[in-house]
Design a protein around this ligand. Structure first.
Ligand code: DAH
Length: 339
């Protein structure tokens, strides 16, 4: 092979290198030009037949052939490898639907509490809180509940050996607030309550209440009724009215139970209200003078109303939930329906 032939061969090799579109094509170029059975061994072998005066020039051209073709092969190999990764990446299909992370939603109990706080907030009520572990004094005695009252029974209340208990109602917060403040007082107190109830569709040993307390001079039952009527419309809809039925609570006198018009049938009577047209929502009344005495207020001078209602009950009525246990199971399929 002459020096010119080697140069021509080199140029062809470089062109073919350049043209190779895949690793396989490139490998074929390598085998043909510098592989063991390719051109390179022939080129090297030809050296010994060359006239000694031209041998160094031939050697230089032969080396150039080997080096340049090897370099071109390496260069092309890197280029093809990089293109391969880029193509692999571009396999991502932008038209596929995305994978959504599911967001949490507000628990219905939290929603009812927030809504209640908002509604009473517009009437000037602020939020007060008290401990879940209460003294018997705050939970019962100061609320004019005598020691023989059935709610003090072992079977109704969770007692600690210390004589303390898990509060059975949010009413003790009334006492704590009145003990520490002077009238006027206008508070609502959302919180957990505990009773030794066996769990079923409408009972839970752990539930929530919201208590309200308004203490000032010249507060009347009419003020209580106006306030609860406003709350009923804001919470359930403008068509909802309220009624009072006489009742008894140890800490209010007079005491009432407050019903809302059934928001499902509008008062005509349906399954939800058991055909009565009304749904019982709250206990309420005028603060008993004995309660005022316990906290050091003068009942001749000071008046007030109080009310308490079950948050689960409002949630169940408002959202048509027929089993209280659904509220505690934390099943995302249930909870995600309340946004
Ligand atoms: N604490 C009562 C209960 O758990 C509800 C209640 C009734 C609260 C009358 C009050 C009230 O503040 O005045 O059944």
């Amino acid at each position: 092979m002459t020096a010119e032939e080697i140069i021509k061969l080199k140029e062809n090799a470089l062109k073919e290198c350049q043209a190779a579109g895949t690793m396989n094509e490139l490998e074929a170029v390598r085998v043909r030009y510098i592989g063991r059975n390719g051109y390179l061994p022939q080129v090297m072998k030809g050296l010994k037949d060359v006239d000694p005066s031209e041998r160094s020039e031939y050697g230089r051209i032969a080396n150039e052939f080997k080096n340049q073709v090897s370099a071109a092969l390496d260069y092309k190999k890197t280029e093809l490898a990089e293109r391969g990764t880029a193509e692999a990446k571009s396999v991502f299909d932008y038209s596929l639907p995305g994978v959504w992370r599911s967001l949490g939603t507000k628990h219905p109990i939290s929603s009812i509490i927030e809504e209640t706080v908002r509604i009473f907030g517009k009437l000037g009520f602020t939020v007060a809180e008290g401990p879940d572990v209460e003294t018997a004094y705050h939970n019962f005695e100061a609320l004019n509940t005598p020691a023989h009252h059935p709610s003090l029974d072992q079977t109704d209340t969770f007692w600690f050996e210390t004589g303390e208990l898990l509060r059975t109602q949010t009413s003790p917060v009334q006492i704590r607030v009145m003990e520490s403040r002077k009238p006027p007082i206008r508070i609502i107190t959302p919180g957990r309550c505990y009773r030794r109830d066996t769990t079923d569709a409408t009972h839970s040993a752990n539930f929530h209440q919201i208590e309200g307390l308004y203490v000032e001079k010249n507060v009347s039952l009419a003020d209580l009724k106006g306030t609860l009527a406003y709350f009923a419309k804001e919470m359930m809809g403008t068509g909802v009215d309220i009624r009072f039925r006489p009742h008894f609570f140890p800490f209010t006198e007079p005491s009432v139970e407050c019903d809302f018009t059934c928001h499902v049938c509008g008062g005509k009577g349906c399954r939800v209200c058991k055909n009565s047209g009304w749904i019982e929502i709250a206990g309420a009344g005028m603060v008993d003078p004995r309660v005022f005495k316990k906290v050091g207020y003068d009942p001749e001078e000071i008046t007030g109303y109080a009310f308490g209602m079950g948050i689960e009950r409002i949630a169940m009525i408002k959202y048509s939930i027929n089993d209280i246990r659904l509220l505690y199971e934390n099943d995302a399929r249930f909870l995600s329906q309340f946004i």
